[in-house]
Design a protein around this ligand. Structure first.
Ligand code: GLP
Length: 258
């Protein structure tokens, strides 16, 4: 097990972090197409997607030859259900960019047989030649995708039970915490680690402990994001509050410029 140091950049505030994350993705889209992206949902991603939409509208980038695979989806929610990640992605990205129908993949959480859906999703990622750039958020408990603490590093796309803390954190998109689904389908830790490059974005003080554990703590299933140190090509973008618990500040810290 070889440990690698992720490239860490601390950026001043929410707007600056979205700007940096968007610049990273835009550079990748300019670099080589066709490109296959891995995509995340959540509040952290919303301003990033807004910038990608603006860049598309300005003619700076195109999604015409982009394919994408989302990390996860709730089990039991229809795609058109407002709390679903299908709905989130339509609202914040897919509906606004020139992506070809059928190239944007999200696990089907309303499939009758979730295990079969998970196997189909893995096969689809493999058939696409794998993921070039996977964009990740992080849960306050260190989850990546919906790989909660305890997730095996060898795990692949599968059905999982969500932690209570995750259901409470994600209740904002539902009428109340009790209506947040209890289960989800998520890419596994091993699926994530197979992406050729990874960009993790974290913002806000509630992510500080998870970021410190992921970067400076032991590499352990208790903090799924710590698995990223087994990958040799990871960029981590944090705002100041999310980086606050790091004891070793990164050399490439550019917070003064933000
Ligand atoms: C969700 C998603 C994750 C995301 C995380 C953080 O549970 N499954 O992929 O990274 O929450 O979300 P937020 O950006 O809203 O804090």
């Amino acid at each position: 097990m070889t440990e690698h140091a992720p490239r860490i950049e601390v950026v001043g505030n929410v707007s600056a972090i979205a700007e940096r994350a968007a610049a990273h993705v835009i550079a990748r889209l300019h670099d080589r197409q066709p490109v296959t992206l891995g995509l995340a949902t959540g509040a952290t991603m919303t301003p990033l997607y807004a910038r990608l939409v603006a860049a598309t509208r300005a003619g700076l980038i195109s999604f015409r030859t982009v394919s994408s695979f989302n990390l996860d989806e709730y089990v039991g929610l229809a795609p058109q259900s407002p709390g679903s990640f299908h709905a989130y992605m339509q609202q914040h990205l897919f509906r606004h960019v020139d992506m070809e129908a059928g190239r944007a993949q999200i696990p089907n959480g309303s499939a009758d047989d979730i295990a079969a859906e998970a196997a189909r999703y893995e096969a689809q990622i493999a058939a696409a030649g794998g993921i070039d750039l996977l964009i990740l958020g992080i849960g306050a408990n260190g989850h990546i995708g919906f790989n909660e603490p305890g997730s095996d590093f060898a795990s692949r796309t599968r059905e999982v039970r969500l932690d209570e803390a995750t259901r409470i954190a994600n209740a904002i998109n539902f009428p109340d915490p009790a209506s947040v689904p209890e289960r989800a389908i998520t890419m596994g830790v091993a699926t994530i680690l197979e992406a050729r490059s990874i960009l993790l974005v974290a913002r806000g003080p509630e992510k500080a402990a998870a970021i410190a554990a992921a970067i400076e703590g032991p590499i352990t299933a208790a903090c799924p994001a710590s698995a990223l140190r087994l990958h040799g090509n990871v960029d981590i973008l944090c705002d100041e509050p999310a980086a606050a618990a790091l004891t070793r500040r990164p050399h490439n810290n550019n917070r003064r410029r933000a």
